[in-house]
Design a binder for this molecule. Structure first.
Ligand SMILES: *Cc1c(COP(=O)(O)O)cnc(C)c1O
Length: 410
């Protein structure tokens, strides 16, 4: 028999579906509260959040230090627009640049805006500094990329559904296979103004490129005078076991794009980070955002960054992730093709003969683990980085049976 509370869940879902566009297919769970790695639904059930809002919640739900700063700033000053200065933006950018080792940063809100900012930046750099003829600039991107949903960004997506019905598209992008440095080198020409790359493709299915790929493409970029633009919106801020995923190969991008966890799971904050050679192409009026650099977001991001560094979340992610991946591999499930990832950015690839990943995620949900499929075949595990080993071990007690097919409606 159904409890009253089940009808509440159903009612919230129906209301959302009734009043919104159907542009997502969420798991049928309605959340009302979160703390650390945990979330609770409207029926009072507790779940371990192993998606962490696509890595926007690296510091966990409601991190006390981040909330405290947010509350304080909320009372003091929230929005100035860029028509005036505020006392949070400067310190935020200085701290962000110190943490990343760059000279300048430009604050935005969503990841897609920061990617757009990078695209505009390297195009203008191409024309003004590199000497590419006007409107001939080309940015090289990779197959399987994900960089957001604006019309320009979907213009270079290789995912048919992201594009279908949304043309005409922005020209000026060339696609090469991911993980193939030789193919990238071949695609570079005198009009190339950038190489936009995710050091691990998150939405692409937690695809990890071969060792050495980042370093090789970095060297090609240096040699050919092409800015290496790293989209670390998902991989950044500790997710893969280093502060940035490019750090694994000691690669320093020319342009670094961050978002998601920069907002501490509280508020959208993103930034495009580069040295003055690139940043100085922007003149007053060239680019902007009403909310970009607002004092509330800046104060929150300062604390989100501090928590990431002081709680050593990258190290945690490296240690726990390596162990967690080993344990997943040791399950030797007949349904699992292989396990891949870095740090606590883990993809479990379900064999096609076992059907899609979705029913596995649904079975996990019924056992109190929230994870979401990416692409058809991949179950992604990316919990808040504040998780500990005991909790991961507990999670494995539930994940193990599910990956062996227990409770999965194949
Ligand atoms: C999420 C994501 C984006 C887009 O960020 P939004 O905040 O959703 O606009 C861009 N690039 C990567 C790699 C992402 O994972």
């Amino acid at each position: 028999m159904k409890k009253d509370s089940d009808f509440r869940t159903q009612a919230f879902i129906e209301e959302t579906e009734r009043w919104s566009a159907h542009n997502y297919k969420p798991l049928p769970v309605v959340l009302e509260r979160g703390e650390g790695v945990w979330v609770w639904d409207v029926e009072g059930n507790r779940y371990l959040d192993m998606l962490a809002a696509y890595s926007a919640l690296n510091q966990g739900h409601g991190h006390p230090r981040i909330l405290e700063v947010a509350h304080e700033q909320l009372e003091r000053l929230t929005l100035t627009s860029r028509a005036f200065h505020n006392d949070q933006m400067g310190p935020f950018l200085a701290e962000l640049c110190q943490a990343t080792g760059f000279e300048k940063a430009l604050p935005m809100n969503t990841g897609a805006e920061a990617v757009e900012t990078a695209i505009k930046m390297v195009r203008k750099w191409g024309y003004e500094v590199k000497g590419v003829p006007e409107n001939q600039g080309e940015i090289i991107v990779c197959e399987g990329n994900f960089a957001g949903r604006t019309t320009t960004i979907v213009s270079f997506s290789s995912e048919a559904q992201y594009r279908e019905g949304f043309g005409p598209f922005t020209p000026g992008f060339r696609t090469v296979p991911y993980g193939d440095a030789a193919a990238f080198e071949e695609a570079v020409n005198e009009n190339t103004v950038g190489f936009l790359i995710e050091p691990i493709q998150g939405e692409g299915g937690v695809r990890v490129p071969p060792d050495g790929y980042l370093r090789e493409t970095r060297e090609i970029c240096t040699r050919e005078n092409v800015p290496f633009v790293a989209d670390e919106i998902q991989t950044g801020l500790g997710r893969t076991g280093r502060l940035f995923c490019c750090d694994w190969e000691e690669v320093r991008p020319d342009v670094l794009i961050v978002g998601k966890a920069l907002g501490g799971g509280v508020y959208p904050v993103s930034a495009t980070i580069a040295d003055h050679e690139y940043m100085d192409v922007f003149q007053p009026g060239d680019h902007g955002s009403t909310f970009g650099g607002n004092p509330l977001g800046a104060a929150i991001a300062r604390q989100a960054l501090k928590v990431t560094l002081e709680e050593e979340l990258p190290q945690r992610s490296a240690e726990l992730g390596a162990w967690f991946m080993e344990e997943l591999q040791a399950l030797e499930s007949p349904h699992v093709d292989h396990v891949r990832g870095k740090g606590l950015m883990v993809g479990v690839v379900i064999k096609e003969t076992s059907g899609p990943a979705r029913p596995f995620c649904e079975a996990l949900m019924r056992r109190g683990i929230l994870a979401k499929e990416t692409q058809e075949q991949v179950v992604r595990f990316a919990p808040p980085l504040v998780i500990d080993k005991d909790l991961l071990a507990e999670a494995l007690e539930e994940i193990g049976p599910v990956l062996r097919g227990d409770g999965v409606e194949l």
